[in-house]
Design a protein around this ligand. Structure first.
Ligand code: PHE
Length: 444
C-alpha cells in the first residue's frame, strides 16, 4: 500500500518537523518582535528554502548515493571540479555540530515528559513555570542525563536501521501533534490571550526587526526544512523516478510551515495571558506549555502526550542529521551501520557537553563576543553553514549541472514553470542568501 513517494514524504517531514518548529520558531519569533520577522521567514521559505530543497532532492535522486559521493558523481557528470563534493563534507560537519546541541534541547523535552506525567505543573502560574525551568537548567547533571538518554535512543534507532517503522509512526503522530496544538489554542482562546498572541505574530512592526533578525529568519528557513547540509539529499536518493519533485517538496514545506505557525499560535496566547516575556529566549516552550496544561482538565495526560510527541519529532529529525555521515561511511568504507552510529553518537554526545554546561557552569564562558558554547554552535551552523550550503547547492544546480539532468529530474518542458524554476534557482535563491550575508556583514 505504501508508495515510496509517500515514504519519502513521511521521512522528509519527519526530518523537517522537529524542535525547529515547536521550540525554535516561537522563541526566535518572540526575540525578533513577531509579525515582520514571521513575514521575512515565510518569504525565505518560499523563495529560497523550497527551491534549494528541490535542488537537494533532485541531486539525491540523480546521484542515488550519500551526499558526498552524489556530489562527486554530479560534479563528474558536469565536468566540474571534484571540490564541489565539499558541499557534502561541510554538510556532514554541520550534522555533527547541530546534533550535539539538538540532543541537549531534545533532552529538555524528554525531561518534561516525566515532569508533566508526575503532575508537577498542576495549577502552575508563570512564576512557578519559569522557576521550574530555571532550576532544571541550573543542574548540569540532570541536563546531562537527559542529553545522554536522548542520544542513546537516537543511536539505538540509527544502529538498528528501523526507520521504515518510524516513518509509519510519523503518520499517526503528526496529526496527534496538531490535535494537541489545537488543545493549547483552545486554552489560548479561553484564557483571553489569543487576540494578543495572534496580533503579535501577524502585525507588521518593522521597527522590531533588526539586521540580525533577517539573518536569523533566513538561517531558520534552512534549519526548519533540514536543507543546506545534505539530509534531504540523502533521503532524496530514495525518491522514485516518476514522482514529481516540485509537488513532493511543496507538500513537505507546507506541512512544516503549518506546524511552526500552529506552535506559535499555541504558545503566544499563553505568553500574553500570563504576563510572560515573549523574547525570553530558548526556555519559551518549556515555560508556557506546562502552564496551559497545568490549568486544563486532564492536563497531566495531555501534557505528557505533548512532550512525548515533541521528543518523537526530535528523534526523527536527529536521525536525519546523522544520515549524510552514516551513508557515506557505510558506502565508502563498507563500515558496519551500528559501529558508525555508536561512534557518531559518542562524538556528538561529547560535543553536547559544552552546550549542557553553557546553560549553567559555563554560562559566563564566551567563545566569541557574547556567545556561549550553545549560542556559538547555533550561530555557526544555522546562520553560516546551512545558508552557505544552500547557496552552493543552488549555484551548482542552477549554473553547473547540465540542463538535461535538471530537466529530466524535474520533468520540465519549456514554459512558465521552467522559467519560474530558473529564476528561483539561478537568481533569487543565491542572490537572496548573498544579499542577507552582505547586509548582515556590513550593517549587522
Ligand atoms: N529540521 C529540523 C527541525 O526543524 C532540524 C534539522 C536541521 C534536521 C538540519 C536535519 C537537518 O527541528
Amino acid at each position: 500500500m505504501w508508495s515510496s513517494r509517500w515514504l519519502f514524504i513521511l521521512a522528509a517531514a519527519g526530518s523537517a518537523v522537529g524542535l525547529g518548529n515547536i521550540w525554535r520558531f516561537p522563541y526566535i519569533t518572540g526575540e525578533n518582535g513577531g509579525g515582520a520577522f514571521v513575514l521575512v521567514y515565510l518569504i525565505c521559505i518560499a523563495a529560497i528554502g523550497v527551491p534549494v530543497m528541490m535542488a537537494e532532492v533532485l541531486l539525491g535522486r540523480a546521484g542515488r548515493q550519500s551526499p558526498i559521493n552524489t556530489m562527486r558523481a554530479m560534479a563528474r557528470a558536469s565536468g566540474a571540479p571534484r571540490a564541489w563534493s565539499l558541499i557534502g563534507w561541510v554538510g556532514v560537519l554541520a550534522g555533527f555540530l547541530i546534533l550535539s546541541y539538538y540532543s541537549v534541547v531534545a533532552g529538555w523535552a524528554v525531561h518534561y515528559v516525566f515532569r508533566m506525567g508526575g503532575g508537577a505543573f498542576e495549577g502552575a502560574d508563570g512564576a512557578f513555570a519559569s522557576q521550574a525551568f530555571a532550576d532544571f537548567l541550573a543542574d548540569p547533571w540532570q541536563v546531562l542525563g537527559f542529553h545522554t538518554l536522548f542520544m542513546v535512543i537516537t543511536v539505538f534507532i540509527v544502529a538498528r536501521g528501523v526507520s521504515a517503522g518510524l516513518e509509519r509512526a510519523i503518520r499517526v503522530f503528526m496529526p496527534l501533534l496538531f490535535v494537541l496544538l489545537a488543545v493549547l489554542l483552545g486554552y489560548g482562546v479561553a484564557s483571553g490571550g489569543f487576540a494578543a498572541g495572534f496580533e503579535f505574530m501577524f502585525r507588521m512592526d518593522w521597527s522590531a526587526l533588526t539586521v540580525d533578525g533577517v539573518l536569523e529568519a533566513l538561517g531558520h528557513a534552512f534549519f526548519t526544512l533540514s536543507v543546506g547540509m545534505g539530509a534531504i539529499m540523502a533521503y532524496g536518493a530514495y525518491v522514485p523516478r516518476q514522482a514529481s519533485i516540485a509537488s513532493t517538496v511543496t507538500t513537505i514545506a507546507v506541512l512544516d510551515t503549518a506546524v511552526a505557525l500552529a506552535a506559535g499560535l499555541a504558545i503566544f496566547p499563553i505568553v500574553f495571558a500570563n504576563g510572560l516575556e515573549p523574547g525570553q529566549g530558548p526556555g519559551l516552550l518549556f515555560v508556557t506549555v506546562p502552564i496551559a496544561f497545568g490549568q486544563l482538565p486532564l492536563g497531566a495526560v495531555f501534557g505528557t502526550a505533548f512532550f512525548v510527541l515533541v521528543s518523537f519529532a526530535a528523534i526523527t529529525s536527529a536521525i536525519s542529521l546523522t544520515e549524510p555521515a552514516l551513508a557515506f561511511a557505510v558506502e565508502e568504507y563498507n563500515a558496519k551501520r551500528s559501529r558508525v552510529a555508536v561512534s557518531l553518537g559518542v562524538i556528538c554526545w561529547l560535543l553536547g557537553v559544552g552546550t549542557v554546561l553553557s546553560f549553567n557552569v559555563w554560562a559566563d564562558v564566551h567563545v566569541v563576543g557574547e556567545l556561549t558554547v550553545f549560542d556559538f554552535l547555533d550561530y555557526v551552523t544555522q546562520k553560516v553553514m546551512l545558508p552557505l550550503g544552500g547557496l552552493f547547492i543552488a549555484v551548482f544546480v542552477g549554473w553547473v549541472l547540465p540542463k538535461t539532468i535538471v530537466g529530466s529530474q524535474l520533468g520540465l518542458r519549456e514554459g512558465a514553470a521552467t522559467l519560474l524554476w530558473s529564476v528561483l534557482i539561478r537568481v533569487l535563491a543565491p542572490l537572496g542568501v548573498l544579499a542577507v550575508f552582505v547586509y548582515a556583514i556590513f550593517y549587522g
